[in-house]
Ligand binder design. Structure first.
Ligand SMILES: C[S@@+](CC[C@H](N)C(=O)[O-])C[C@H]1O[C@@H](n2cnc3c(N)ncnc32)[C@H](O)[C@@H]1O
Ligand code: SF4
Length: 461
């Protein structure tokens, strides 16, 4: 069942940023020096949000899934992992000395790679290091991105014991044939048993990641995935659109030997996700995230208080400036982004030498901070009030519009296409159908986006 005009899908399926950050990471530069780096971290103590989010990147996997666009590598050398964890702790200790310990931690997120592919002791050492220095808020989220291929009852119980309260399961597809094609290992234990164990152990929340658009997937197989995911009854479900970027991730070329679903089929899959999940007690967030109606993310969305960082959506109470550790990790501070060395060996070497290992970053000017807020409103809350943004930044409406320079003609076209409703030229309300095109709508507020961005970004649909 397709309810959206196919011409619109054709028209708007362009390359464009995902806007997990603004400006997007491809615009980061190498202009930052060591002194500025330390100053940026110290200055972040005076900015809002005052809370602290910590991101730990574990860039290790036991096998490379051929679809994977994450920053990771296959390891067989335990010594390398050990050296990496030592470097990680050293980097944390160094950066922590610049962060005001009166600030509370609301979020710790372990991502990768596959954090659960390494020994639990390493994860524990990192959590201890954080707790030794900072106070965690009452409802602090401690989350891990986990691959079910390495999760058994014992590992789950140990994760809980060392403090994790949220777990995100990378399912991608339940179909073993498709897992084989994408070179992904199958779950270690039966998935029903796995989810049951996570629930009875006491975890507050389970998220399931699915991907649509993988080779050999059909609308039918994807629908089966949705039904299976609902049966497992997790708090959140994400249906990522497969990003095919073989110029960055050459292993993805191997998948080109198989049949991919067409753009239209992919779109129908997303529509199915919307239809089936919203008919089964989930509400949608942004383009492809879904959460149970009573989930704090849905409540935040209703109150137009939803935020987003590289780790996903968050609420006003969990949002903090993100201090990120490990290779490729990106700190997201109010006034700057800072990204670490991508190469694991280089990262270790630099931390051994000078305690930190940033490679590039981006210092935002006021106009960019405002555009970031504008894009955040579209991507998270599907609603934008320019008056509200002007007020938050102590600007007149005229000055704000002059600064961000929205593409009004394009926005009017989107209104004619039924994607948005524009009220008084100041309020932009995303229609139900417009939710599928949030990236395109955000692009209309991105003054820096160049036309010639093919082969930099994935397709918006
Ligand atoms: C750090 S990764 C995976 C975590 C864990 N290693 C696993 O495999 O379950 C986080 C998520 O990114 C998504 N992802 C990875 N590559 C992708 C791609 N090419 N397109 C869309 N989503 C992708 C997957 O859904 C994955 O669960
Ligand atoms: S999807 Fe997960 S397990 Fe597979 S290669 Fe990527 S990070 Fe590793």
């Amino acid at each position: 069942m397709i309810t959206i005009d196919r011409n619109l899908i054709q028209k708007y399926n362009q390359s464009g940023p995902r806007y997990t950050s603004y400006p997007p990471a491809n615009l980061f530069n190498q202009n930052l020096n060591d002194i500025e780096y330390k100053k940026i971290i110290k200055d972040s103590n005076n900015n809002k949000p005052t809370h602290i989010s910590i991101y730990i990147h574990i860039p290790f996997c036991k096998q490379l899934c051929h679809f994977c666009a994450c920053s990771t590598s296959v390891y067989s050398n335990e010594q390398l992992v050990e050296k990496y964890i030592i470097a990680l702790k050293k980097e944390m200790e160094f950066v922590f000395q610049f962060i005001d310990t009166k600030r509370e931690i609301t979020q710790i997120h372990f991502g990768g790679g596959t954090p659960n592919s390494i020994k639990i002791e390493y994860l524990e050492q990192i959590i201890i290091k954080i707790k030794q220095k900072f106070v965690l808020s009452n409802n602090a989220e401690i989350a891990i991105e986990a691959n079910p291929a390495y999760l058994d009852k014992e590992y789950i119980q140990n994760l809980y014991k060392i403090g994790f309260n949220r777990i995100s399961l990378g399912i991608q597809d339940f179909n073993l044939e498709i897992l084989k094609i994408i070179n992904r290992e199958k779950p270690l234990i039966n998935i029903n048993e796995l989810v049951e164990t996570i629930k009875t152990t006491g975890f507050k929340s389970i998220n399931i990641d699915l991907i649509y658009g993988l080779p050999q997937q059909t609308i039918e197989t994807f629908t089966q995935n949705l039904i299976k995911a609902i049966e497992l009854n997790p708090e959140r479900i994400v249906t990522f659109s497969y990003a095919h970027v073989p110029w960055v991730k050459p292993a993805q070329k191997l998948l080109e030997n198989y049949k991919f679903p067409s753009t239209e089929e992919k779109f129908i899959m997303l529509e199915k996700a919307n239809e089936i999940l919203t008919n089964n007690e989930y509400d949608n967030i942004g383009i492809d995230h879904f959460a149970k109606k009573e989930d704090e993310l849905i409540i935040a969305k209703i109150n137009k208080q939803l935020h987003r960082n590289f780790q996903g959506y968050c609420t006003k109470t969990t949002t903090g400036q993100v201090y990120a550790f490990g290779a490729t990790a990106i700190s997201q501070l109010t006034e700057a982004y800072i990204q670490n060395q991508k190469n694991i060996n280089k990262y270790i070497k630099e931390v051994e030498l000078k305690n930190f290992a940033f490679e590039r970053g981006y210092k935002l000017v006021k106009k960019e901070m405002i555009t970031r807020d504008v894009i955040n409103e579209i991507m998270c809350n599907s609603f934008l009030s320019l008056n509200e943004i002007a007020k938050q930044h102590s600007l007149s409406l005229e000055k704000l519009i002059q600064m961000i320079n929205p593409k009004i003609k394009l926005l009017k076209q989107m209104e004619n296409d039924g994607l948005i409703r524009i009220v008084n030229n100041t309020d932009f309300i995303v229609n139900k159908n417009g939710n599928y095109f949030l990236r395109n709508i955000a692009m209309a507020f991105d003054d820096q986006l160049k036309i010639e961005h093919e082969n930099i970004y994935s397709k918006t649909i």
